[in-house]
Design a protein around this ligand. Structure first.
Ligand code: SAM
Length: 281
C-alpha cells in the first residue's frame, strides 16, 4: 500500500472511522523520501531490531520492516488497531504494542523480545512530548545503539547545538551527556497530513557507552543544568543562585575554584566546565 499517499491515507482512515487527534500529535508523513532515509539510519550499524514510537498509519513501520529483522511499535491510540492490522498485514516481522511509551517498561520489552540483539529506536515523534520521550529513552540507559527521530526543527537545532554556544540549552547538555547528536536532514511542514505550523528535522543520537564527564551525582547535575540555563541571559552565579538549591556565595566559590570568570554564563561553558562547577558545588 502507498501509505504516504494522501488519497490512500484518507481511504484507509475513513474505512476505519478514524479522525486525527491533535492532542496526540497526529501528523502523518506523506513525503515518500523521508521514511527510507530514517529507516536506513536506524539500521546503519547492523541493528537487528528497531523500536518505533507512534506508528500512526504505519508508513515508517513498513519501511523499517524491510530493513530490520524485527520491529516493535508502541502506539498510544487504540483506534489505530484496525488501521494497522490492515496496513501492516504483510509485515510479519512487526509487532504493535498499544500503550503510552512513557508508562510502558521498555527495558523489559527489549529484554523479553530482543535479548542479545542490537536494538535502535526510530520515530516521527508526537510534538507535544518530544523532549520528555527523548530524555526518558536516554535516562533509562536502555540497551540501544541509537535514536533516529523526527522532531520540530527548532527542537532539533537546540538539541544539535554545540555545548558552549549561544544556541545551546539545558536539553543540549542533557542529550550530550548520554549521546552524540547529529542533524540528518530537514523536512518541510508540507510533508505531513494534516500539515503542522512548523518545519521539522530528523536527528540521530548515537548512544554513548559512558558519559563524557564525571559528575558526583547525576540527579543533582541535571538540577544544576536546569537552573544554569533557566535564566540564560543572566550570569551562571545569578541564575543558579536564584534557583533555590544553592546560595549565590556557594556558586561564586565554585565558579572561582573552577578557574572561571564571575561574569560567565551557562551557554559559554563546555561540558567539562559545567561538570567542574557542579562538582565543586
Ligand atoms: N509514524 C507515523 C508517521 O510518521 O506518519 C505517525 C507519527 S505522528 C507524528 C505521532 C504518533 O505517535 C501518532 O500515531 C500518535 O498517536 C502516537 N503517540 C502520541 N503520543 C504517544 C505516546 N505517549 N506513546 C505512544 N505513541 C504516542
Amino acid at each position: 500500500m502507498r501509505l504516504y499517499d494522501p488519497k490512500t491515507i484518507r481511504e484507509v482512515l475513513s474505512r476505519n472511522g478514524f479522525s486525527f487527534k491533535k492532542s496526540l500529535g497526529q501528523n502523518f508523513l506523506i513525503n515518500p523520501s523521508v521514511c527510507p532515509k530514517m529507516a536506513e539510519s536506524a539500521v546503519e550499524n547492523g541493528e537487528e531490531a528497531v523500536i518505533e514510537i507512534g506508528p500512526g498509519i504505519g508508513v515508517l513501520t513498513a519501511e523499517l520492516s524491510k530493513c530490520a529483522e524485527n520491529v516493535l511499535c508502541i502506539e498510544i491510540d487504540e483506534r489505530l488497531r484496525p488501521v494497522l492490522s490492515e496496513t501492516l498485514a504483510d509485515c510479519d516481522n512487526v509487532e504493535v504494542v498499544f500503550g503510552d511509551c512513557m508508562k510502558l517498561d521498555i527495558a523489559e520489552i527489549i529484554e523479553k523480545r530482543f535479548k542479545g540483539k542490537k536494538v535502535s529506536v526510530c520515530a516521527n515523534l508526537p510534538y507535544y512530548i518530544t523532549s520528555p520521550i527523548i530524555m526518558m529513552l536516554l535516562e533509562k540507559r536502555l540497551p540501544i545503539t541509537s535514536i533516529t527521530v523526527m522532531v520540530q526543527k527548532e527542537a532539533a537545532d537546540r538539541i544539535c547545538a554545540e555545548v558552549g554556544s549561544r544556541e545551546s540549552g539545558a536539553v543540549t547538555v542533557a542529550v550530550n551527556y548520554y549521546s552524540r547528536p547529529e542533524m540528518l536532514f530537514k523536512v518541510s511542514r508540507g510533508s505531513f497530513m494534516p500539515s503542522p505550523n512548523v518545519d521539522s528535522a530528523v536527528i540521530r543520537l548515537s548512544v554513548l557507552d559512558k558519559p563524557p564527564v564525571k559528575v558526583k551525582d547525576e540527579e543533582g547535575f541535571f538540577t544544576f543544568i536546569k537552573a544554569a540555563f533557566g535564566q540564560r541571559r543572566k550570569t551562571l552565579i545569578n541564575s543558579v543562585g536564584a534557583a533555590g538549591r544553592w546560595t549565590k556565595d556557594d556558586v561564586k566559590g565554585a565558579v572561582a575554584s573552577s578557574g572561571l570568570d564571575e561574569s560567565i554564563r551557562a551557554e559559554a561553558l563546555s561540558m567539562q566546565e559545567l561538570a567542574d562547577v557542579f562538582n565543586a558545588l
